[in-house]
Design a binder for this molecule. Structure first.
Ligand code: PEP
Length: 249
């Protein structure tokens, strides 16, 4: 695969006190020196750090996103909720939707509403899809992916602002990754599902689930894999930079 325009998304989950953002300086420095200017680097910190990180990265290629959003577009009496308008006003340009850690409380229809809401405010969507271990063992991966993608894209005309993140739920935070053959098949299936639903449209598929600087070389053997969604390894600037370095040349 060509390795010069990949996407690297740091999902900090519920981590990151204010002083943690100093690590972003290391990534900025690394990117300034790097000859490769085509990669896309996106930080998704907790809501509380979006505007501080945005401020820090304003002169670099780094973009910032949120980890979730409310499906409601209008402001109102919804204590504790954050919608696409608020994410945008804090400096977010991306939002993760349907992450495995929130899919337990969300169904496919709600995820579809969230995508509509994000795209309406011109946020780019990082749509997470993937099967549980039980679904994988019961040979349900294809049907799960079909259901998740079909419902997520209902009444969405253009998918150019959606990044598809294939994240097997059993691989998140477990240190396990799929076999290359399994990953290749699932990427093929995802491509087929999307192409059938949205003919002749451009989109990208990335992988997430226990990515680190040791397994990234194995993972990037997949032809259509255009980047990584990185959880725990992205909390260390060194590890995050190592993954970028190893994936691109
Ligand atoms: C994630 O949060 O999307 C993720 C893939 O986490 P981890 O890399 O820790 O498995």
């Amino acid at each position: 695969m060509t390795n010069n325009n990949m996407i690297f998304i740091a999902n900090w989950k519920m981590n990151g006190e204010k002083n943690h953002i100093s690590g972003v300086n290391k990534t900025i420095k690394f990117l300034k020196k790097s000859k490769n200017k085509k990669n896309q680097i996106i930080y998704c910190p907790p809501f509380t750090l979006i505007s501080s990180i945005k401020n820090k990265v304003k002169n670099s290629i780094i973009k910032v996103g949120a980890q979730n959003l409310s499906q409601l577009n209008d402001y109102g009496a919804f204590t504790g909720s954050i919608n696409s308008k608020l994410i945008k006003s804090a400096g977010g340009e991306y939002v993760i939707v349907g992450h495995s850690e929130v899919r337990n409380q969300e169904n496919d229809i709600l995820i579809n509403k969230k995508i509509h809401s994000a795209l309406k405010e011109k946020l780019k969507v990082i749509l997470c899809i993937g099967e549980t271990y039980k679904e994988k063992k019961n040979n349900k991966t294809l049907s799960v992916l079909k259901r998740q993608i079909t419902i997520a894209l209902k009444n969405i005309k253009k998918i150019n602002n959606i990044i598809f993140a294939y994240e097997p739920r059993w691989a998140i935070g477990t240190g396990k990754i799929p076999k290359t053959s399994e990953l290749r098949k699932n990427f093929e299936d995802i491509n087929n599902i999307i192409n059938k639903l949205k003919k002749n449209q451009k989109y990208k598929i990335i992988y997430g689930g226990s990515v680190n600087s040791k397994n990234v070389l194995e993972l990037k053997k997949i032809n259509d894999l255009k980047g990584f969604l990185i959880g725990s390894a992205s909390l260390s600037a060194k590890n995050f930079i190592d993954i970028i370095k190893k994936s691109t040349n």
